[in-house]
Structures are given as C-alpha cells and as structure tokens.
Design a protein around this ligand. Sequence first.
Ligand code: PLP
Length: 477
Amino acid sequence: MTTPATPTGLNDAAELLARIPDFEQALAFYHRHLAPDEAVDLSVAENVLVYDDSMQKMVFDHTALLPEPYIHYMSAYGTPELREQVAALLGKAWGARVSAGDVFGTAGVGSALECLAFALQDAPRNGEPGPPPLVEGDAVLIPAPYWQGFNWSFEQRPKLRCVPVDLPTEGPGRFRLTLDLVKERFRAHERQTGRQPRLLVLTNPHNPLGVNYGKELLEEIYAWAIDETELHIISDEIYCHSQVDGGRIPFTSAVALDAYRKHPERIHVVWGFAKDFGLSGFRTGFVVSKYGPVQRAMLGTQGIEEKKHPMSWFTPFDSLKHYVIGSLLSSTVNGSGSELYTDYAMRRYRELLSASFERVKDRLAANDIGFVYLEGDNPAQFFWLDLQEYLGKRPPEGSYAATPLPIAAGTGLDRDELWLFNYLAAPPTGVSLLPGGTMHSPAPGFFRLCFTARQPEEVCEAVDRIGLALGKLVILG
Ligand SMILES: Cc1ncc(COP(=O)(O)O)c(C=O)c1O
C-alpha cells in the first residue's frame, strides 16, 4: 500500500532555525538543538545562578507531581491568591505598596507589553483621567540600544511603531539617557510626521546596558511626559532584582516616583519571573496598572453594548504556571516556615550576581576587552562589550576561516559586526555574543555578553577564548 503524498509541516531543526526571525531566539534554538557541546552561549538573557544555587533543592525537590486542581481552568490573569503573592513580592522590590487588584498575569512579559499596547488603544470612560487613546501607527519612543522584542510586542499585532531614541556612542555622555535626548526625538518625530509620539518605554534596569536610571532623572522625564505631552509611559522592570552591591545609582521603580503618586493613570509597569528568577521557559509576565482602560482590558468587560474577554485569556497565566510559580511563592527556606524562599532567593541572587559580575569584569580587563562601564554602574545581567576597534580586522591570511553560523535572522546587520559575531561563535572560540545591531545599537561594534547565562568559571573561560581570538585580529594590508 502506498501512502498518498500529503503536505507535511516543517520539523527539521536546521530548517526551523532558518525560519526564526529574531536573532536572540534563533541563537537560543541553535544552541539547544544544533550547536556542538563545547559551544557557549552568552548571547541570550538567561540566568542560571539561583536555580543552581538553591531553587531545585529548596523548592522543586519538594514540589509534588501535579495535583489534580491544576489540570483545570483557572483565572487567566491569576487567582486572587497568586495576585496577592506577586503584589507582595513586587512591593518589596519596588519599595512601594502594590495592590493585588492592579496586578494581571500573562504568558510572559513580551505578552504583558502587547496587552498594554492593545489596552492603551481603548479610551478612558465616564470622566476617568487619561489622554486620548492610542491609534494604529502611533510612535513608541524607546532609548536605543533596546531589547529587540519591543518590536514584536508593539508592532506585529498592535500596529504601533517603535522609534529609537539613539543614545550617544561617544563622549562623556556615552550611552547615558537624558531628558533632552527624549525631548529632541519627540520633537523630531512630530516635525517629520505631524504627529506626536504617544508611548515612552523605559527599561529599568536597562537591557543591554544594565544601568539603573536615577530617581532624579526619572522624575524629570516623567514630569515632562505627563505635564507637556500625551505620552503614556511603560516601565519595563523585568530586571528589578538584578542589582549588584555597591551600586552608585540605586534602583527606583516607577511606582515609587512622585509622578506615579500624582498620575498613576499614565504609568504602567511590567515584570516577570524569566530574568531575576531565571525561569524563562515558563513564560510568566505581569501588567501592573491602575488605568481604567488597562484594567478593563485585563479583566474583560460585561456591558450590553460591549462584551470583551480578558486579554490574558489569549495569552494566559495558565494552571501549570499557577502550580509551579505558586509553589515557588509559597515555599519557605528549607521548609522551616520562617522565611519565604523568594526573599531568601533574591538576597542570595544579589550575592551571586555581585560575585559573578566582579569575576567576569576582572577577566574582561585581564584580556583587555573593552566594555561600557562607569565605576559603580549596575550591570543587571550584562556587559556591553565595545569591540569597535576589531571591526574590519581579520586574522593573518589563511590562518583562520570563520564559518558563518546558520542564523539567517542576522542579515540586516553591519557586515563587519556580523563577521565578528561569526568569527567568535565558530570553532575554535565557540562563544556566541549578541551583536548590538540586533538591539538597534546606534553604532556597530558593540556586543551584549550575558554573564548570568552560565556559571562564572565557564563565563571566564569563554572570555579567555574571546580574548585569544581578538588578539589574533590585524588590519590586512
Ligand atoms: C527588557 C525585557 N523585557 C521583556 C522581556 C521578555 O520577557 P518574557 O520572556 O517574559 O516574555 C525581555 C527578555 O529578554 C527583556 O529583556
């Protein structure tokens, strides 16, 4: 008997890789399915520190196999208990009370951002404070470099448009955000299009720069945005616990600002378990907002004229997430009942992060690899390597062939930056870094190294390999 020829779906790893449009996601897929064992991926924002240290031992070893209630439907934006627990966790990190009723779970911060982008296109009602709703095509200002996922979250389905606010790449204000930069970009966009941008997104601490924005700077930017424009502001605080000891500029959450006290309707915050807790695969995210249209979009509406399902239903905080994250949030240290595991884990994370940061920083310096850093800057989970001096250089003729990795998503990159990426990622170096061009870096030659993606000794060895490879590069005559 012959089987009729039917079209089949694509399931070959190499072919699937060629279809992934996001460089970082493509690298994560490549390293999981196709890379040789000795290859090290420091490109993807992952964090192994807390899990390896204590999470498996103190939480998941004691988590029973799935109990029956968790196979059933649950509130898609989080049960009241889960929302209370998350509000308490965030309240501690943000130094301000967070109300459980303002917390809405989703399937990842990428989804939380998309929910906001849709919800802000709904109008305030019955005299609620708030500017007119956003419409398709409206501009979203984002200091650049920035996490490339904002493009997916804001542009793909909500149809907003990301507009980078390029940070300077040279001089004393190198990669520093100022109110003037935001204002200039805002006005330039208005001049060019006749329309004012409607959304400002600040990532605090920043990805890829790692830095915290100081309270004064934030108050200044927020006050301008609220008093002089119709901008909504999203503060992406997904790395809020990623703080090293001895920082010069402490982390300040948007909810701890005077601006938030005066105008909570203009400010929306997102956070999730992917980065600080290293649980990226679960896809957990939270919208925190007091704004009427956002609350209605997240809760759903039940009017005669309008019935809308909660946004999270399409991208749920599902029962499996409730189960695993619920275990995490309820666990106590060694089951003693005396301290919540999450409090312990974030205290320990700070120690691990600080130690790892110092070790890798010293190793980068020992290898003479430059990175953008002012003493006392927070790193979150990253080094922003400055490899500009190597652009265009090559190893002495015939000594080396950089095999391009099969990452098709990189085609829009600067040629020399892409060459350098391939040179470092291919054997014998075998270390993947994220090219800055994928993150809208205003100049080529910068690469993001995620130092929490592996244990510090492995990162240090990878840094040595990078140093060795860079040392071979020369200007060919
Ligand atoms: C700034 C920022 N926001 C959001 C996300 C996405 O989070 P999630 O994986 O929970 O969707 C990332 C992931 O790298 C990020 O760096």
